[in-house]
Design a protein around this ligand. Structure first.
Ligand SMILES: [Zn+2]
Length: 65
């Protein structure tokens, strides 16, 4: 196929909180996390890390809230 460019989602490096339990794959975006966030799956402690995620496509540009 040619002509149709495949849309590659842009990956952003996003701060996340990941469950410390290696058996548990739960994670949350840091911006959505609460202070003292615990794992939503196993209630265990979470670790700050980074993850590549597709950029969120915002339909509405709102610079002010
Ligand atoms: Zn967990």
């Amino acid at each position: 196929m040619s002509g149709n460019e495949e849309q590659k989602p842009k990956l952003n490096l996003v701060k996340i909180l990941k469950c410390k339990n290696s058996d548990c794959k739960a994670w949350v975006r840091e911006e959505l996390a609460t202070p003292g966030q615990v794992c939503p799956m196993c209630q265990g402690p979470m670790l700050r890390t980074m993850k590549h995620l597709p950029a969120l496509q915002k339909k509405f540009k709102s610079s002010s809230r």
